[in-house]
Write a protein that binds this ligand. Structure first.
Ligand SMILES: Nc1ncnc2c1ncn2[C@@H]1O[C@H](COP(=O)(O)OP(=O)(O)O)[C@@H](O)[C@H]1O
Ligand SMILES: [Mg+2]
Length: 255
């Protein structure tokens, strides 16, 4: 049978806001670019998306327009809603107006991801931490999920619930990333404690050395750390970790 050229879809998910999902998503896009993969980032953080802003991309149309056009038979090309960061990375932005977010019908999310997977090698989905219909449809559809957790009591408690739901549903297409770069001084729980709380393995760690004091300066410039030679040298250990994480998430063989 002829193989169909279909990309991999990955969602960066968490049980709490502000744990570094958006930062990790853009920097993973960067490592996939280094692997010469064509990447689409879908910003499903519909009420407070930050992908376009952190990559410094101006946009007009967004995911709401795309779905609205599909529902009203006005849709022509997926690329009409896509904005380029560079030759490898493109984005499908979240709505500028949060009122549009309320009008997005969850049932179109799968279709959107499916369409994107035929056009890109990698479809990266950034979202919020809420288990609503949109995220549930999306989590069910993607090939891999990267659960991002920090060394924080409430974050760990909530992530424990998310992981136990996944276990109940017999879903195992996820990896767990401990992000120590977001709050470098939070280190109350040991790795052993955290694994015991979560009742799962922690597959990857980003270290507290990856805390970037002047991150806002880079975000304002739309700079991706993993694509910047100088910064990649400074944070070489964690960039190399991110590269391994990226490679692991698209490894053949698992769903
Ligand atoms: N490695 C890092 N070093 C410094 N600040 C970071 C780092 N990662 C994330 N941040 C900052 O922490 C905040 C939350 O990160 P963000 O990626 O937006 O989290 P989320 O998408 O999970 O809400 C942002 O202000 C972001 O700039
Ligand atoms: Mg975010």
């Amino acid at each position: 049978m002829a193989s169909i050229n279909k990309g991999k879809s990955i969602c960066v998910f968490s049980a709490k806001g502000g744990v570094g999902k958006t930062f990790i998503t853009t920097n993973l896009a960067g490592v996939y670019e280094l692997m010469k993969k064509k990447v689409l980032i879908i910003d499903l953080d519909l009420f407070s998306g930050g992908i376009a802003a952190s990559l410094n991309i101006d946009f007009d149309k967004n995911i709401y327009n795309c779905i609205d056009d599909i529902t009203n038979n006005r849709y022509h090309n997926f690329t009409d809603y896509i904005y380029k960061y560079d030759d490898y990375i493109s984005i499908l932005p979240s709505p500028k107006d949060p009122r549009q977010a309320l009008k997005i019908d969850a049932k179109y999310i799968e279709l959107l991801i499916e369409r994107a997977m035929f056009l890109y090698d990698i479809v990266l989905i950034d979202t919020n931490h809420i288990l609503n219909d949109i995220n549930l449809f999306m989590l069910d559809k993607v090939d891999k999920i990267l659960f991002t957790v920090t060394n924080d009591m409430l974050d760990l408690k909530n992530m424990k619930s998310v992981i136990s739901i996944f276990k109940d549903l017999e879903l195992s297409n996820y990896k767990v990333l401990l992000n120590n770069s977001r709050d470098p001084f939070k280190d109350y729980f040991s790795l052993y404690d955290m694994k015991s709380i979560l009742k799962t393995n922690i597959d990857f760690t980003l270290s507290n050395k990856f805390f970037i004091r002047d991150i806002d300066k880079y975000l304002m410039d739309g700079k991706i750390i993993s694509l910047d030679k100088r910064l990649s040298n400074i944070y070489s250990r964690d960039i190399s970790n991110l590269y391994d994480i990226g490679a692991e998430l698209i490894k053949e063989g698992d769903k």
